[in-house]
Design a binder for this molecule. Structure first.
Ligand SMILES: *[C@@H]1O[C@H](CO)[C@@H](O)[C@H](O)[C@H]1NC(C)=O
Length: 246
């Protein structure tokens, strides 16, 4: 038991030290309304964020932070700073998961917050108004990467068709941003998946009728193997719970 605990502490220390948890400056705005309808789906490939456990604690990232979608699923702690007029006093910080992209607009000449190289968070209105008055429009913030804390196991939503298996991986704890995925059918070896868009991972190898296992690696190199996460009778359009999390 003691040995196990020491191992656990070591393992957690490695994970914590691997993401860059330094504080940086950025700006933040919001999109959508308090209901958050406009924040659903988005460029990370997630769907109904309420059903998937993210709720309204989400943000879109500017090009400088989005990393072409590889940062999808990462968690950020953000507080409003240096704006006595618009920061809510003693508001503390918010923690949000990256679920969307704030696209640059090169034809605009002012208020181009999401254009490179600027670091920008386009928050859900609900999150923005926890740290600033909504009339602020745009606020200066400080932010850092934090480990994501998710309830339940990593989820695998299987989409596509027999010749193109597309798997959305969501509800990922720890560093949160999946950077590599291997899939294994009960009759295959491990197959490296490629990232199609957001957190949708794909393979062209036919895997129907086989139970599916996954090796999921996050940006901090933490890896978990989910053996037989989906049973042999898995169906397209279904979501399977990996049963454990980072
Ligand atoms: C980009 O900015 C221009 C000028 O403000 C605006 O007319 C256009 O709708 C914007 N494009 C997008 C995709 O938001």
């Amino acid at each position: 038991m003691a040995v196990y605990k020491v191992f656990l502490i070591l393992a957690m220390t490695v994970v914590v030290s691997a993401i860059d948890s330094k504080w940086y400056d950025a700006r933040a705005t919001f999109y959508g309304d308090m209901g958050g309808g406009a924040t659903m789906k988005g460029a990370c490939g997630y769907g109904n964020l309420f059903k998937q456990g993210y709720g309204l604690a989400t943000t879109a990232l500017s090009t400088a932070l989005f990393n072409d979608g590889l940062t999808c699923g990462a968690c950020f702690e953000i507080f409003c700073t240096n704006d006595p007029k618009w920061c809510i006093p003693k508001a503390g910080s918010i923690i949000v998961t990256a679920t969307n992209f704030c696209p640059p607009n090169y034809t605009k000449t002012k208020d181009v917050w999401c254009n490179p190289p600027q670091k920008h968070f386009d928050l859900s209105m609900r999150m923005f108004t926890k740290i600033a008055y909504y009339k602020a429009g745009v606020i200066p913030v400080r932010y850092r990467r934090v480990l994501c804390s998710k309830l339940g196991g990593v989820k695998f939503e299987i989409k596509g068709n027999p010749y193109w298996t597309l798997v959305l991986i969501y509800n990922v704890g720890g560093a949160g941003d999946v950077n590599a995925v291997n899939i294994k059918g009960s009759k295959t070896q491990w197959i490296a998946m490629t990232r199609n868009w957001g957190q949708n991972w794909q393979t062209g190898i036919v895997l129907t009728g086989q139970s599916l296992s996954f090796q999921v690696t996050l940006s901090d190199k933490a890896m978990i193997e989910f053996d037989n996460a989906a049973p042999a009778g898995w169906q397209f359009g279904q979501t399977y719970d990996g049963g454990k999390n980072f």
